[in-house]
Design a protein around this ligand. Structure first.
Ligand code: TXE
Length: 488
């Protein structure tokens, strides 16, 4: 193994050393190899990034939207040309299989750039006719310097889902990727610069929670867009409150996937597997509580067991691999503890839940996809977010009962319903307390369809036109055409 690369901060259009003079290691989850030494940004680095972003905001925000849009569309083209490289970098950073990352990560980022690049020219206010003597109009204005803080499961997608609408609306941004996956935020910054994003408009500051805390507290930052766990989201919200920042919160979940007795069972099993084992289950919106009607429960479990045991666990760099490495051994240990707990609490482990050694990836932490049956709602594996390949299958008898049980959680990120009965599907979806719902499929997030959670799973929506509303604010202007009426 050669000397690991060095990943600096990216401020004002170039790589810069952190003033902390401290670095941390970026590890390849599958091999344990040190991929790079990453500069840790401290408070002074954040201050410098904010100053650069403030200066850049002055020109970028005054550029016509169509010109900002053109730059984002160029960035999409450059990203498409580098799709394979970016997809492999995501594999090395996250341990996710190469069979996923071109689509779920890179294509999703390209779509966001094209979508918001197209909308940039169409950010507008309204004209309000107030009769003969007056009228009013509104202006949708950018907020200023915005901070993005990302989680480690979809690094490039999260960085682009936050920066594309922010920049389209005329804001500048400082993005802090997760300390576990710093690589593609740098490639995004380079791509933006190559596309013509002016220096200082998009900056990257690496670091841990403390660096994120500096961003969330900084008086020069108007908004924080955060993706991560609920506990951390609460801390960011508290910090942002100190200077009354705008916030977008994309947090965790323990989402229900409800399979009625008339569901097309093969598709329902497919959706349940996608909803629990894609990206090794490290997906916030996963349908990890699978409620199956008692009439088809045994058949569902039998089919699910056969198909789960056929999944290919392996080196994420191999195209045949379907289950890659967990993000790191600590997280894998957390997931294994939940599996032990599930058994202890009396659930039945139908299949999987074992640590697996993959030749050539002996340092990696691999877990065979786990299915629990004989589960109860109050078990911790059915209440807490595990963020790993662990599916809990619960049985239910009728519609009202399953809706009540599905909603019995502090989370509200996502939900799925499988049935051939259209009125049942739409009636149930209306009653489920979740931000992102699917009928007869799961976890598809085409650009333009709002993504985000209700209850404690989040605030705001991403990947849609509403994201532009969250990165702008309205100024209203009243225009008097006559005299000022005055009684004194
Ligand atoms: O989150 P963490 P992770 C959720 C997912 C799971 C979690 C896993 O459900 O709960 O993310 O990602 C920074 N002030 N989602 O472990 O620990 C930290 O450095 C400011 C939901 O990364 O919360 C990292 O960059 N920042 C999502 C980021 O917060 C702080 C989809 C997240 O870290 C901080 C993907 C602090 N005090 C994952 N402490 C969705 N809903 O879309 C840490 N950080």
């Amino acid at each position: 193994m050669g000397n690991p690369a060095e990943i600096p901060l990216y401020i004002n259009g170039q790589g810069v050393a952190a003033l902390t003079e401290e670095t941390f290691e970026n590890i390849n989850p599958a091999t344990g190899e040190v991929l790079a030494r990453v500069h840790r940004g401290g408070k002074q680095d954040v201050d410098i990034a904010v100053a650069a972003a403030q200066a850049a905001f002055e020109t970028w925000s005054r550029m016509p939207g169509i010109e900002r849009g053109r730059v984002l569309l160029r960035a999409a083209d450059i990203m498409r040309k580098n799709r394979d490289e970016l997809a492999m970098l995501e594999v090395l950073d996250t341990g996710k299989p190469i069979s996923e990352t071109p689509y779920a990560d890179v294509d999703s980022a390209i779509d966001a750039l094209e979508y918001f690049g197209g909308l940039a020219a169409d950010i507008k206010g309204e004209h309000l006719d107030l009769g003969e003597g007056a009228f009013a109009y509104t202006i949708r204005e950018p907020l200023g310097v915005c901070a993005g803080i990302g989680a480690w499961n979809y690094p490039l997608q999260i960085a682009t889902w936050k920066s594309a609408p922010a920049l389209a609306a005329g804001n500048s941004m400082i993005f802090k990727p997760s300390e576990l996956t710093p690589t593609n935020a740098m490639r995004l910054a380079e791509i933006y610069s190559e596309a013509g994003v002016p220096d200082g408009v998009f900056n990257v500051v690496h670091g841990f929670g403390k660096t994120g805390h500096h961003l969330a507290c900084h008086p020069g930052i108007a908004k924080v867009s955060f993706t991560g766990s609920v506990p951390t989201g609460r801390k960011v919200l508290e910090d942002a409150a100190g200077t009354v920042k705008h916030v977008t919160m994309e947090l965790g979940g323990k989402s229900p996937l409800i399979i009625f007795d008339d569901a097309q069972l093969y598709n329902a099993v497919s959706a349940a597997m996608n909803a629990n084992f894609y990206s090794q289950g490290e997906v916030c919106s996963n349908g990890t509580r699978v409620f199956v009607h008692e009439a088809v429960y045994e058949e569902f479990i039998a089919l699910l067991k056969i198909r789960t045991e056929a999944m290919v666990i392996g080196d994420p760099r191999e195209s045949s691999t379907q289950v890659g490495a967990m993000i790191n051994p600590d997280h894998a240990a957390k997931v294994m503890e939940y599996i032990r707990l599930g058994i202890e609490e009396g659930a039945y482990l139908v299949t999987g839940g074992e640590k697996v050694t993959v030749p050539g990836c002996e340092e990696g932490a691999f877990i065979s996809p786990a299915v629990f049956s004989a589960t109860q709602d109050d078990m911790r594996i059915c209440r807490e977010e595990i963020f790993g390949p662990v599916m809990s299958v619960l049985s239910f008898r009728d519609e009202d009962e399953v809706i009540a049980r599905a909603n019995e959680t502090e989370f509200g990120l996502a939900a799925g319903v499988f049935t051939q009965n259209l009125s049942l599907a739409h009636r149930v979806v209306r009653k489920l307390k979740a931000g992102s719902c699917w009928i007869n499929n799961y976890n598809l997030t085409p650009v333009g369809v709002p993504f985000g959670g209700s209850k404690q799973s989040g605030i705001g929506r991403e990947n849609c036109a509403a994201a532009l509303d969250h990165f702008t604010e309205l100024k209203s202007v009243y225009v008097e055409l006559g005299d000022v009426e005055c009684d004194y």
